[in-house]
Design a protein around this ligand. Structure first.
Ligand SMILES: Nc1ncnc2c1ncn2[C@@H]1O[C@H](COP(=O)(O)OP(=O)(O)OP(=O)(O)O)[C@@H](O)[C@H]1O
Ligand SMILES: [Mg+2]
Length: 776
């Protein structure tokens, strides 16, 4: 299985989640711990410094109080001695010393330094006689105190009486005597030690000589340390030592000090700083311990959490793996706490179901295929993995016998034959022909189709076979049939070529016959035209000739009569004949002239016609008005339904009126001939593309079918010899088509009237006038 490697390699979800959780937790603790330390340590430090200063200050003050007590006691003794002898001086001094717990001994010295009286505690009183009279003028105590006035304190010295380190104090009386008392150091320093705090700090009592005479840290440094020449001493003398760090036997320590002026002692408190300070160390240790505790808890808990969170994903992975292996799916696990993972699991279940369905679908199609098909493993000797029903049927193997074995193993083909099949491949596709053997050993000619593909890192080959034996047999038969067919076609082609040649000849004959026919028809048409013209002209010309010859006869009769003498009656007859003959000849010659005019019109070039813009209704109206007289005494009516405006044309109104007049006259002459009633209806309207329709419809006799397609021909008339020339429609057709640029059609059923329809452009073509006017 391919896994995408990240930058840090591939981790299990549990490790990944554990590390992430741990890292988040450690980071949080680190930040919180640092914040606590950064916030607390300066405060602790400052509090320690203040406490130390307070401690040494208090100690110095207490020492001053102690010394003050002793001074007061000495001053009281001096006052009592001065006041008169109530008691013997020794007894008075004994009382002043008492048990020796405030002053250890008190001397009264003469101005010369001899002991004149001595006060002792009860235990030492037997030594009084030894001391009385002794000269102390040479002792260090006397020397130190002798020159002073008021109460003076000596430095330390060894007591003559006890041999202990002692501080002395002296007071000069009015009589020049010196009252001296001793206070053992131990007594003073006991107070120091009992007053020492219990913190990490320790306090040294340093005398004027710089020697440590008391140490609250168990007296460890007493007599061993002298700081006279140290920077600490100098700083203290200058009053600048507070809060600074100095070198001590225990290392670098912070210092606070106080000075006792009576004895000249320094109380030097020193305490460790930073991590050496137990409170800071305690805080750091507490934070560290919390950190470690959380780390421990995290180490214990995060794998559990990670495992808990990752369980649904592990289930999903297991489900996916079993789906991939095609194994039955494990039961659906209950939903976990993470919505996205639940959705993923749900989709995976659906995906697996869809995959199963598709697999079943594929298998159904695979098995339903009529083509024998097999899937083999191309990496492992082409083992058969799937074969379909058609394959089993065609090759006569049972599926369970075939699956897991190769084609060579099943003796479908030899290894050499298989390789030969594969050699004809192009890329991943193979199409080749070859022979395979059925289980029975029977050989089968096949077309082999193979397709290689890769799936999940494995190479597969799916192949199909088509039994081409029957096809080949059919192909052979087809080839033979083709051969026969070709021969037959050859024969037919020859026959056809012959027939074609005959046909070409016939066509040629037909073509010449047709041109002969056309020529003959033209001649016939010409003949008919000439006959028509001759016939039409014959009557008026004949009548004219007859009239003129009648006049000739009359003239000749008159000439004959003239020889016999002209009578009035003869002259009247001649004039009558001439008048009648002239009238007849004139009328017939006019008729002939009219006919010739008609012929001229039929063949005339109408380019000279007047073109202008007009409303169609105007032309229709004018034509109807001009024809109205000829309808006046007839039972026929003309109806007009043409819009007065909106059908404006730029065309030839004369030609249009003539065509319209011909149609109306024809309706009256032919349609209503012999009828007691009849209506000609003229209607018009607009078409698309600026075109206009105009219909002339009558309800007369109609036109016989055999005439219908000839009525536009010249001289086509059913009133031959009765005033019809058969030119009216021909002239109208020519005008509409050639001059107006439109069409003229007729529609009629015998007995039901006729309908003549014009389709005209609103603007007549400019070139139309130049077109030759000919037969339709
Ligand atoms: N409205 C109509 N009803 C019946 N027949 C018609 C009608 N119009 C034309 N015809 C037929 O068509 C023929 C040809 O008409 P055409 O106008 O060309 O010639 P004509 O009227 O006979 O002679 P003319 O030259 O005097 O007009 C007519 O003779 C007639 O038979
Ligand atoms: Mg006519």
């Amino acid at each position: 299985m391919m896994l995408v490697r990240g930058r840090w390699g591939v981790w299990s979800l549990r490790s990944h989640l554990s590390v992430l959780l741990m890292l988040s937790m450690l980071l949080t603790l680190l930040l919180a711990g640092s914040a606590v330390l950064v916030w607390r340590i300066p405060r602790i430090d400052s509090a320690s410094r203040q406490a130390l200063q307070q401690e040494v200050g208090e100690m110095a003050a207490r020492m001053e109080v102690l010394l003050g007590n002793r001074q007061a006691r000495l001053q009281l003794l001096a006052a009592l001695l001065e006041g008169g002898p109530t008691l013997a001086p020794d007894a008075l001094l004994d009382q002043g010393v008492g048990a020796g717990d405030v002053l250890s001994v008190a001397y009264r010295l003469s101005p010369q330094g001899r002991v004149v009286a001595v006060g002792l505690p009860p235990a030492l009183r037997p030594r009084r006689t030894d001391l009385l009279g002794s000269d102390l003028s040479s002792s260090s105590l006397y020397r130190t105190l002798a020159g002073r006035t008021g109460v003076a304190w000596s430095g330390r010295y060894l007591s003559v009486l006890s041999g202990q380190l002692t501080a002395g104090l002296a007071l000069r009386t009015g009589r020049g005597e010196l009252l001296v008392a001793e206070v053992p150091f131990a007594m003073l320093l006991d107070t120091v030690e009992t007053a020492a705090g219990t913190g990490a700090s320790a306090i040294w009592v340093v005398d004027q000589a710089g020697e440590v005479i008391a140490d609250t840290d168990g007296g460890r440094d007493i007599g061993k340390v002298n700081i006279r020449n140290s920077p600490l001493m100098q700083a203290m003398v200058q009053g600048q030592a507070d809060g600074r760090s100095f070198a001590f036997p225990d290392g670098q320590l912070r210092v606070a000090f106080a000075h006792s002026p009576s004895l000249g002692w320094y109380f030097v408190g020193h305490a460790p700083t930073g991590m050496a300070d137990p409170r800071i160390r305690g805080l750091v240790l507490a934070v560290g311990a919390a950190f470690l505790a959380c780390l421990g808890i995290g180490l214990l808990m995060t794998p559990l959490w990670a495992s808990y969170l990752g369980r649904p994903l592990r289930d999903i992975a297991a489900r996916a793996a079993s789906t991939l292996r095609g194994e039955p799916e494990p039961a659906v696990s209950p939903p976990g706490p993470v919505a996205e993972i639940n959705r993923l699991a749900h989709h995976l279940v659906r995906m697996a179901a869809a995959m199963r369905e598709r697999e079943l679908e594929f298998l159904a199609i695979f098995n339903a295929s009529p083509v024998p098909m097999a899937v083999t493993d191309a990496d492992q000797g082409y083992r058969l993995l799937h074969v379909n029903d058609a394959w089993c049927q065609a090759l006569q193997f049972r599926r369970e016998d075939a699956i897991g074995r190769s084609g060579v193993g099943l003796r479908l083909f030899t290894a050499a034959e298989r390789d030969a099949l594969g050699r004809q491949s192009q890329g991943d596709r193979t199409v080749s022909k070859g022979t395979v053997r059925r289980a029975s050993g029977e050989r089968m000619q096949t077309q082999f189709f193979g397709q290689r593909f890769e799936l999940g890192g494995e190479r597969w080959l799916i192949w199909a076979l088509i039994d081409i034996g029957p096809i080949q047999r059919v192909a052979l038969q087809l080839r033979a049939l083709n051969q026969q067919l070709e021969e037959r076609v050859q024969r037919r082609t020859t026959a056809l070529a012959q027939a074609n040649a005959d046909l070409s000849q016939t066509v040629e004959q037909l073509r010449s016959a047709r041109s002969e026919l056309v020529r003959a028809e033209k001649m016939a048409a010409l003949g008919s035209l000439v006959a028509g013209v001759a016939h039409e002209l014959n009557t008026p010309l004949g009548n004219g000739v007859m009239a003129i010859s009648a006049m000739g006869d009359a003239t000749r009769s008159f000439q004959a009569a003239m020889q016999a003498g002209v009578r009035r009656e003869d002259l009247r007859q001649l004039v009558e004949s001439i008048a009648q003959g002239t009238d007849i000849a004139g009328r017939n010659l006019r008729r002939a002239a009219e006919l010739v005019h008609s012929f001229q019109q039929a063949a005339a070039d109408q380019t000279g016609a007047l073109r202008r813009s007009f409303e169609l209704s105007e032309v229709v109206h004018e034509m109807v008005v001009s024809l109205q007289p000829s309808f006046a005494r007839k039972p026929w009516r003309i109806e007009v339904d043409v819009p007065a405006t909106g059908l404006r044309m730029d065309s030839y109104p004369g030609a249009l009126g003539q065509a319209l007049g011909n149609l109306i006259q024809n309706a009256a002459l032919h349609g209503f001939d012999g009828r007691s009633h009849g209506t000609v209806r003229i209607t018009a309207g607009a078409l698309a593309d600026r075109r206009i329709w105009l219909h002339v419809v009558d309800n007369g006799r109609g036109i016989a079918a055999e005439h219908l397609n000839r009525i536009f021909d010249p001289f086509m008339t059913t009133r031959m010899g009765r005033g019809g020339t058969g030119l009216g429609l021909h002239i109208s057709y020519n005008a509409v088509v050639n001059l107006l640029g439109g069409t003229l059609t007729v529609d009629s059923v015998l007995g039901q009237g006729a309908c003549f329809a014009m389709r005209l452009p609103a603007e007549a073509p400019r070139a139309a006038g130049a077109a030759a006017v000919g037969a339709p």
